[in-house]
Write a protein of this length. Sequence first.
Length: 349
Amino acid sequence: MKVLKQVLGVDVAQKELVVTLGRMHEDFSIEFYSYRIFSNKETGFVALLKWLKKNTLTEIPLRVVLEATGVYHQKFAHFLVDNCIDVSIVLPNKISNYFRTLEIKTITDKSCSEAITRFGLERKLENWKKPSKVYKTLQQLTRERDQIVHERTMIKNQLHAETSEAEPNERSLKRLEERLLFMNKQEKEIKQDITEIIQEEKTVEEQIGYMTSIPGVSVLTAATILGETNGFELIRNKRQLTSYAGFDVREKLSGTSVHGKPKISKRGNKYLRKSLHLPSLCSVKYILEYKELYTRIVSKNGIKLKALIAVQRKMLELTYVLVKNQSVYNPNYEIQKRVPLKEENTLTS
């Protein structure tokens, strides 16, 4: 029977790659015909490539489908692209949602790799591209700064605790203060590196300009968003972006007795969500649309954090729209949009 598609589904772990080869025949039936485990390192990649050549049809394009698992899939994905193999990287929430639709009672590494293979055979997926060097560097630097800020907060808490003791240890206090100064120095160096990269890349500088035209969005926030999304390279719409960031809403409803509260999935990029927290606090003061959204949600359920998350989602979508349209923020956009609607209602009444 003629083969239409062939896919390798890979369940990526820190030390191993659990893989399943599958085919879709012309009658749309799916067959899993080979299963292996390889080490998640260079020697394992080479062995997997040799195994693929023996077990796949050369006349049918092969697609490798991976689940985005932190950083453990990155080296393997780069290796595959360098060897001219089509790669698709899927968000964990997509795979987990798809997994629930399958009649699989026992979850193992093998069943996960089979589910990923089936997902790749049933869906039309886009090719993953290696991140641009400049966006990858921005991602590394902004993540490094985030880690330093986290460590610095811990040191400040330790310093406060030590100074509050009845008899603080002077040498301990000195060491903590020295570590604090070192952290401040490192953060300053990282910010300087980010500034230099932006100034060297005209395209990135323009994108940063579009995004920072939004009240509350700093250069650092804009750099984080560009770094984590690879300059919105594979983002096709706002819905996909919010899902990638983990801002997509999940709600559990079943019959008449189960009514779970709607909440964001958080199964996405935590760095994007974190970077928008402080900007959202500023935007609810200076952007009319977000101020109204915040007030409406707080007055409805009294939960300020929930309102801020809704604003953060809107802000992320706005950064995407501005970059794609190559435009700056227009504070009167919502007002101008409402005027034609009022005129239309006046004429029809």
